[in-house]
Design a protein around this ligand. Structure first.
Ligand SMILES: [Fe+2]
Length: 168
């Protein structure tokens, strides 16, 4: 891919960069809306190597905001791979690029109480603020590999300790 060629991913990242400057209260929704038109494009990750991992879902960095305000990652899910039950320590927005993910919701508690599940299809987005009571788990309950795009409001180097509040 010629470095001067604008790609579908460039378009998504430009839209996300603008949306990430919205006031904090509107930012997660704005970022989700910015991603939505590009998510299901078959060429979104053209030229990007995003392999799956046999043991767990895996994260690939697509873009880190130079000012550290957010980072954009692709998550690759093989069938049966799931996140832990978690809430978020930062705002977030995600959408499905390819395949189908299942999002389980939980009510706060010890342990968190299952509240139901929704299928998330290509092009669909979700978003939320930092909130220890917004508890969910994403997973691939289908028979095909799935890829989702996620934006979190912290520098990529802090993803390990400032994104997920693990609850189960
Ligand atoms: Fe999450």
């Amino acid at each position: 891919m010629n470095a001067l060629t604008s790609t579908r991913l460039d378009a998504l990242l430009s839209a996300v960069a603008a949306a990430a400057r919205e006031p904090l209260a509107r930012r997660p929704a704005a970022v989700a809306e910015a991603m939505a038109p590009h998510l299901a494009a078959p060429d979104l990750l053209a030229g990007r190597d995003c392999p799956c991992c046999p043991d767990r879902y895996v994260r690939h960095l697509l873009h880190a905001d130079p000012e550290g305000g957010y980072a954009v990652v692709a998550l690759v899910w093989r069938p049966t791979q799931m996140s832990p039950i978690h809430a978020h320590r930062t705002w977030c927005a995600f959408g499905v690029h390819r395949g189908v993910l299942t999002e389980h919701h939980f009510a706060p508690g010890a342990p968190p109480r299952p509240m139901g599940a929704h299928l998330r299809h290509p092009g669909e987005t979700c978003h939320g603020p930092a909130d220890p009571d917004l508890i969910h788990r994403l997973g691939n309950c289908s028979a095909e590999e799935a890829v989702s795009i996620h934006v979190y409001g912290v520098p990529y180097e802090r993803f390990g300790d400032q994104v997920n509040l693990i609850l189960g």
